[in-house]
Design a protein around this ligand. Structure first.
Ligand code: S3P
Length: 427
């Protein structure tokens, strides 16, 4: 089993570029496949998750020309997607599975979505329920709670879906089905989740309307292929942001990072903990980008409130690490969604930080971390979750002795090259 060994270092310095945004990459492939004409994607994340989405579309007859740093997708709007002959294996990706479930619900053919052992344990009813209400036939384990999901799509009617969770995957699944439904489809969620689908639909010439936390699309729209530049993934940059804050004598510049405000909730949280991070905007696209300049900063504990959770949802593992090295107490609440990510991230972070000697307690919907206790290296477990693996590798940079993170192949789902970039910045 792959593992990563980390030792304390004397600072992280220089300029780094992290890979393309995972959420935006998935959406560029999906919308490109159903648009009319070619879509050129520059900076696509070549992680296992997004490559599985590309493979699934190839299985449905979509021509994809892979030119290394640019990928061209021949949209199938005119002739449509074809029934796949085999299972569509989305690997570890909740985004891949849930967004494709939405798209396939509107296709007049049979398909089966499956995934790895972790994905097959993640809740799917949040998408199967609204998609069935729109008219799709979907079978899954335990009555549609878990994948594999077998889908017979077509003839959908628009609905107004009130989602009990703030989830861009649920919102996007229902909106993608809505594009192929009769009439209008809307999704309302408690707090706004990331809005990449909405922004990208506009880039493809689609009409979509957002009022408060309700997003509405008309069915039967035609989308036109376009050029998409994928910014660097804020969620990947977050590991290096926190690493530079907690490792003394660090000074790091992260280039061309996506700073969509529905994603950057970690920044104000870190800033009120005392972090020195400068955000220099770059260019003007549908998705905002910036260079982030981070220098080592003494941190203090904070309270994260439920309204702050959606825009920082993927950053909690690394925020827990920041909290463990901050003076005083950090409380995370309203984050029970963390229990149904690639693994139960509340439990995983509690166990791993405790292994390093941190003072951490678990709540149903979050964690309390009393920071400032010196930590010592230990063996940590990724639980098969890329973000847990990377968060613990960063923690290891500030622990006495060696930290070994076990089972790190999962890092390749979102951040191929993590180890190399880390080594290049270590002084
Ligand atoms: C994602 C949405 C979030 C996030 C995931 C990517 C997306 O999941 O955690 O990593 O691309 O839509 P939820 O929608 O389940 O919150």
């Amino acid at each position: 089993m792959e593992q990563l060994s980390v030792k304390p270092c004397k600072g992280l310095r220089g300029e780094i570029a992290v890979p393309g945004d995972k959420s935006i990459s998935h959406r560029a492939v999906i919308l490109g496949a159903i648009a009319e004409g070619p879509t050129e994607i520059r900076g696509l994340l070549r992680g296992a998750d997004t490559l599985n989405t590309v493979k699934a579309f190839r299985q449905m007859g979509v021509a994809v020309e892979d030119g290394g740093d640019r990928l061209v997708i021949e949209g199938t709007a005119r002739r449509g997607l074809q029934e796949p002959r085999d299972l569509l294996d989305m690997g570890n990706s909740g985004t891949g599975m849930r967004l494709l479930a939405g798209l396939l619900a509107g296709q007049d053919f049979f398909s089966v979505l499956t995934g790895d052992v972790y994905l097959r344990q993640r809740p799917m009813r949040r998408v199967t329920r609204p998609l069935r209400a729109m008219g799709a036939t979907i079978l899954g384990r335990e009555g549609g709670r878990f994948a594999p999901l077998a889908i017979r799509g077509g003839k959908l009617a628009g609905i107004d879906h009130i989602s009990p969770v703030s989830s861009a995957q649920v919102k996007s699944a229902v909106l993608l089905a809505g594009l192929h439904a009769q009439g209008r489809t809307s999704v309302t969620e408690p707090y706004p989740s990331r809005d990449h689908t909405e922004r990208m639909l506009r880039q493809f010439g689609g009409r979509i309307e957002t009022v408060g936390t309700t997003v509405t699309v008309d069915g039967g729209q035609r989308l036109s292929g376009c050029a998409i530049d994928v910014p660097a993934d804020f969620s990947s940059a977050a590991f290096f942001t926190v690493a530079a804050l907690i490792v003394k004598k660090s000074d790091l510049l992260l280039r061309g990072v996506g700073v969509n405000p529905t994603r950057t909730g970690l920044l104000p949280i870190l800033q009120r903990m005392g972090a020195r991070i400068e955000v220099a905007p770059r260019g003007e696209g549908e998705e905002p980008m910036a260079d982030l300049h981070v220098v080592s900063s003494p941190l203090r504990g904070t309270t994260v409130t439920p309204d702050e959770v959606p825009a920082a949802i993927d950053e909690f593992p690394i925020l827990c690490v920041a909290a463990a090295f901050a003076e005083g107490e950090t409380t995370l609440t309203g984050a029970s969604e963390l229990r149904v990510k690639e693994t139960d991230r509340i439990r995983a972070m509690r166990e791993n930080l405790q292994a390093l000697g941190a003072d951490v307690s678990e709540r149903d919907d979050g964690l309390v971390i009393r920071g400032g206790v010196p930590l010592r290296g230990a063996r940590c477990n990724s639980f098969g979750d890329h973000r847990i693996a990377m968060a613990m590798a960063v923690a290891g940079l500030c622990c006495a002795g060696e930290t070994v993170v076990e089972d790190t192949a999962c890092i390749g789902t979102s951040f191929p090259g993590f180890r190399k970039i880390l080594e290049s910045a270590i002084r």
